[in-house]
Design a protein around this ligand. Structure first.
Ligand SMILES: [Zn+2]
Ligand SMILES: [Zn+2]
Length: 273
């Protein structure tokens, strides 16, 4: 009943993932997922020497081209950490390279990742820690030299354990400012299902943020499981699709050569049937 797609997947081409493209394709055939968006990590910070510019573009491209013969719905993406901070390295890396889409993330804020307790301990209050995260997201989307925004509200994936007071309403100003920029720059917004298997136990961003995005006029959503291993791949997609369906979303986006392509959310929405 749904056109299942998963546009946030890491494979052995990422420094921290173990599943192979081939194993993903096998699972996609089994679970009827029509499009797979590979979003291998591209990082420029120096917090982990093993992650620094780890993505081997030529090797990755050859692997995708080869695998596409088996699975035409393969989409060659990349997940870039903080391109707004490492602009020079980012521009240089992208020279002469072609991706179907570039997704951008805030993974590091002053040397800490906003999912671990270590991050929260650096701030006087959880409120400060969340505000700092939203500030960095605002800077990222304002830079906007990419196609898609990954896991907005990532801070709450683990933060929920520590900070029950977070609600969209409480951070409406900060979140709406980010959403407005996303919409004005025609960036696509990810509904990330990884929160369902982490302490947040909900989509990232949560339903209230998705509603706000729609109310502000946004209509370019894509869905991803953010899986680094096969057992997590496609996890929560059904719940993500059901949520969007309930919120009245009719189309989601996939990408081809840096362009959004719209497909119906439900596979029974094809006219004439
Ligand atoms: Zn990420
Ligand atoms: Zn990711």
């Amino acid at each position: 009943m749904y056109n299942f797609t998963d546009l946030h997947l890491h494979t052995t081409h990422s420094w921290d993932a173990e599943q192979t493209i081939e194993s993903l394709i096998k699972k996609a055939y089994k679970e009827d997922v029509e499009f797979l968006g590979l979003t291998e990590h591209l990082d420029f910070h120096n917090n982990h020497p093993e992650s620094f510019m780890h993505l081997d573009y030529n090797k990755y491209t050859a692997a995708v081209e080869h695998a596409k013969k088996d699975f035409p719905g393969l989409i060659k993406g990349v997940e870039v950490g903080e391109p707004n901070i490492y602009t020079e390295l980012y521009d240089k890396y992208m020279e002469g390279k072609h991706f179907d889409f570039i997704m951008a993330s805030v993974h590091w804020i002053n040397g800490a990742t906003p999912v671990f307790e270590e991050y929260f301990k650096r701030y006087k209050s959880y409120d400060d820690a969340y505000k700092k995260y939203f500030e960095e997201e605002f800077k990222l989307v304002s830079y906007g030299n990419f196609d898609a925004v990954a896991h907005l509200t990532l801070v709450h994936r683990h933060g929920k354990k520590l900070y029950k007071e977070y609600t969209y309403e409480k951070y409406k100003k900060e979140i709406d400012d980010i959403l407005k920029v996303i919409i004005s720059k025609n960036l696509a917004l990810e509904v990330n299902c990884s929160g369902l298997r982490h302490p947040a136990k909900e989509l990232i961003p949560d339903e209230d943020v998705i509603k706000a995005y729609i109310a502000l006029g946004g209509n370019s959503i894509f869905i991803g499981s953010d899986a680094h291993r096969l057992s997590d791949s496609f996890y929560g997609l059904k719940e993500g699709y059901e949520t969007l369906d309930r919120l009245g979303v009719k189309e989601i986006v996939i990408f081809e050569k840096r362009k959004q392509v719209r497909i119906p959310l439900r596979d029974d929405d094809i006219e004439g049937l």
